[in-house]
Design a protein around this ligand. Sequence first.
Ligand SMILES: N[C@@H](CCC(=O)N[C@@H](CS)C(=O)NCC(=O)O)C(=O)O
Length: 338
Amino acid sequence: MKNTVLLSALTIAGLSAGAAAAGTLDDVKARGKLNCGVTTGLVGFAAPNASGEWEGFDVAVCRAVAAAVLGDGNAVEFVPTTGKTRFTALASGEIDMLARNTTWTFSRDVDLKFEFTGVNYYDGQGFMVPKELGVSSAKELDGATVCIQTGTTTELNLADFFRSNNISYEPVPIETNAEAQQQYLAGACDVYTTDASGLAATRATFEAPDAHTLLPEIISKEPLGPLVRHGDHEWGDVVRWTLNALVSAEELGVTSANIAEMAAGTNNPEINRLLGSEGTLGEMLGLSADWGKNAIAVGGNYGEVFADNIGEATPIGLARGLNAQWTKGGLLYSPPFR
Ligand SMILES: N[C@@H](CCC(=O)N[C@@H](CS)C(=O)NCC(=O)O)C(=O)O
């Protein structure tokens, strides 16, 4: 119902996703800057660092697209959006793309009229509780107060989970992750529920992360990825193939350390097409021949972006899991560059 209400509001305002359809690639080129919607702040995924520069796993997607189109990973205006404001920002044309741990769902595609251009993180919804609550399973949460971010998929998943387990809860609605963190730590809710990656990222910023547990239940599928407006296929292709370039680069062994050397030409034709020393893939996208090289050079291949921002060596400490390459038992599988 929420989606229907949002869609009606967008349609009335003349801002349905289709209305601001074609021409985004030309707009970005003319502007010399990519307007990229991100979170209001989720360390590891998208947040300004001490120098005020945005960094993170989702930020890396924005920077890669800017580098592919404009040859400069810094040519990005980062636009913070909440769970509620993100879709209006995209539909209205305020942003060219959204890279904000957003779940690809049927209604966001078909009803809100957005095009998901891939998945950059396969996730699922989890629960975090203070250890002192003494709970070891989400099924023990009968009667709990639950902090939940409005305008997200997590609201309905939560209701479904409690209903199907015949237990009750009291929602404590919040707008941003910062607010959730504050409310949860202040004891305004017993539990915080959101994407498991978001819980790990949030817990990593606590003074005493070890005092909090992520419960074992993962209650949903949350394929997170970048999205654009329906109807602008040229632009959708640019975002889709930029993400694929990062994923393929990892599979093909192209890294930030060897990319300069490999871009001069290798004995692997697919690497050559990806990096532009062979073929005309850039021209087909309306980009320069070295678009893929530029995209990968900003933060490295998918594996490097993962490791640097959210991987096991970072405080967030996420394992690759489902986000490993298909060759390593994961779900990451880029179509071929040919
Ligand atoms: N994947 C879910 C949830 C996304 C979401 O909003 N997650 C929160 C909690 S991790 C977040 O990113 N907050 C950042 C912010 O408040 O700006 C969705 O697409 O609805």
